[in-house]
Design a protein around this ligand. Structure first.
Ligand SMILES: Cc1cc2nc3c(=O)[nH]c(=O)nc-3n(C[C@H](O)[C@H](O)[C@H](O)COP(=O)(O)OP(=O)(O)OC[C@H]3O[C@@H](n4cnc5c(N)ncnc54)[C@H](O)[C@@H]3O)c2cc1C
Length: 489
């Protein structure tokens, strides 16, 4: 085999994180030889994997967009709009030449002698096997398996005669015109799909085991629109609106801890105002958990509730006893007829893009590592993962990590180091370890199911990561890289 093509940094994945990483390398670490490897045909990640009707963001784009590229559209955006925005970032910064598509990384082996990662890569179009090497791996592979969504195993599924569809694998030929459809689940995906499909279906039912909190608002940003009228430059509008959004989100998150009951009442009252007596709000829209303990679904222009009001959509809160040939039998005894059943039941967590990792010949199990600031891992040299925020926009972390990696690479250069490895200090060897995310604080199904695969966190800095953008924004730029928790060699 030919000697591998070598780069200073290889970025894994060309989703919103990977494109952001490429931008930061280009602008903050000029001269760095870098490459993005992506298994799909194009950039976009999540926004090309998901092709279901109505696919859109559930956070607003002033913060889901990068800090360096103004967002000029409506706050909640379609996948198409997000892809167009990312395409502009690629084009305006000439990143295209640094991305190789249809390159799936199969394994990554670190050698402390060579001071590099060796990557085995499979071309998804030709099946060809290639080898690359890199001084540093910037993991932007997201957090879930892209090939298949998570569908629980229900009794009787094999005798159901209709079609079962997972939103992550949406069939292009699915015709739901005039059909009876049941959507299992009530997260953001269900809340997006239902209003997008309702007009065309005979009827669409949202079947949920338990209720979700929903927030609604018009899909506009009044401040942005006003500033535009005043002909303020877009870069300023982006920054001002970002700050306002972040301020309001911070205040809301704080309230969910300080006065959860009141926030709950407000959220539920809003739904009651939208659907009136048509729906049993106490039963279907009043969760038992504290607001924000799971991702709160945002419904722009309250479209889900308008579909309910029109009688095209309805909600059932119950549990599935079994699939039947014609639909579902529920634990209450009720039955639901369905030509199509959509399982909006979430993802399979994937820690590291399905890549087989090893360090100096030893297979690497990330669940046995402790995370340094939720990004690097004890005993794993020259590797950083962008795992974005769960309650804030994911991309906020992409920009912060961009600054951090470029600073770290600069620091290594200054010190003449070719290897950086997080290590517990002697006093931290016996530190109690906790799960990646505190399940009492945030507990969506995919994390609960996959938490045992994730790295762990400790009890003191820098081994904790609170998923708190506000804290990270202040702390990360000031991190002392020489505090002994990063070993430079
Ligand atoms: C439907 C949906 C809506 C969402 N909406 C929001 C939202 O509004 N706001 C928000 O903050 N978050 C949202 N999220 C979370 C969302 O996934 C992230 O915000 C963000 O898009 C993740 O970006 P990423 O680039 O880190 O990962 P991804 O988008 O998952 O992209 C990872 C890329 O890496 C590639 N890759 C993976 N493994 C390999 C490998 N071994 N070799 C080569 N390439 C590989 C994949 O093909 C993919 O293109 C949403 C998620 C979903 C599923």
């Amino acid at each position: 085999m030919n000697s591998p093509e070598h780069f200073d940094v290889i970025v894994v994945g060309a989703g919103i994180s990977g494109i952001g990483a490429a931008y930061h390398l280009k602008t903050q670490s000029p001269g760095t030889r870098y490459l993005v490897l992506e298994s799909k045909d194009s950039f976009g990640g999540t926004w090309i994997t998901h092709r279901y009707p109505g696919i859109r963001s559930d956070s607003e784009l002033y913060t889901f967009g990068y800090r360096f590229k103004p967002w000029t559209g409506t706050p909640i955006a379609t996948a198409e709009e997000i892809l167009r925005y990312m395409g502009e970032v690629v084009e305006e910064n000439q990143l295209g030449g640094h991305i190789r598509y249809r390159h799936e990384i199969v394994s990554a082996a670190w050698s402390s002698t060579e001071r590099q990662w060796r990557l085995a890569v499979r071309r998804s179009d030709t099946g060809e096997r290639l080898e690359f090497s890199a001084g540093f791996l910037w993991m932007c592979q997201g957090y879930y398996q892209h090939d298949q969504g998570y569908t629980p195993d229900w009794a009787g599924m094999d005798r159901y005669q209709g079609r079962i569809v997972h939103p992550q694998n949406w069939p292009e030929d699915l015709d739901y015109t005039g059909k009876k459809v049941v959507v299992i689940g009530s997260g953001a995906t269900a809340a997006t799909l239902i209003p997008a499909m309702a007009e065309d279906c005979e009827h669409i039912t949202m079947l949920q085991r338990s209720p979700t909190y929903f927030r609604t608002a018009r899909n506009i940003n009044e401040l942005a629109d006003m500033l535009r009228q005043l002909e303020i430059p877009e870069a300023w509008i982006h920054e001002i609106v970002r700050r306002k959004v972040l301020f309001e989100q911070g205040a809301f998150a704080a309230r969910t801890h300080r006065e959860p009951e009141l926030v709950k009442q407000e959220l539920v009252a809003n739904i009651r105002a939208l659907v009136g007596d048509k729906v049993d709000v106490a039963k279907h829209f009043t969760p038992s958990y504290r607001p924000w303990q799971q991702r709160l679904a945002f419904v722009p222009d309250a479209d889900l509730f308008h579909a309910i009001n029109k009688g095209k959509a309805s909600v059932v809160t119950d549990q599935i006893e079994t699939f039947t040939p014609t639909g579902l039998k529920l634990k209450s005894g009720e039955t639901l007829d369905a030509d199509i059943i959509i399982t909006a039941t979430g993802f399979h967590l994937s820690t590291m893009g399905g890549i087989g990792f090893s360090v100096d010949g030893e297979a690497l199990d990330f669940s046995q590592t402790v995370a340094y600031r939720g990004a690097m891992f004890t005993g794993v040299p020259n590797l950083l993962w962008v795992f974005g925020y769960l309650r804030w926009s994911w991309t906020l972390r992409v920009d912060l990590m961009g600054d951090f990696v470029c600073r770290l690479l600069g620091h290594m250069k200054e010190r003449g180091a070719t290897m950086v490895t997080p290590q517990l200090r002697p006093s931290e060897q016996a530190m109690p370890l906790k799960p990646w995310v505190d399940p009492t604080n945030f507990n969506p199904g995919y994390l609960n199911r996959g938490m045992h695969l994730m790295p762990r966190q400790g009890t003191n800095e820098p081994w904790t990561h609170g998923q708190d953008y506000d804290q990270d924004r202040k702390q990360l730029p000031l991190v002392n890289l020489d505090d002994g928790t990063l070993r430079f060699e």
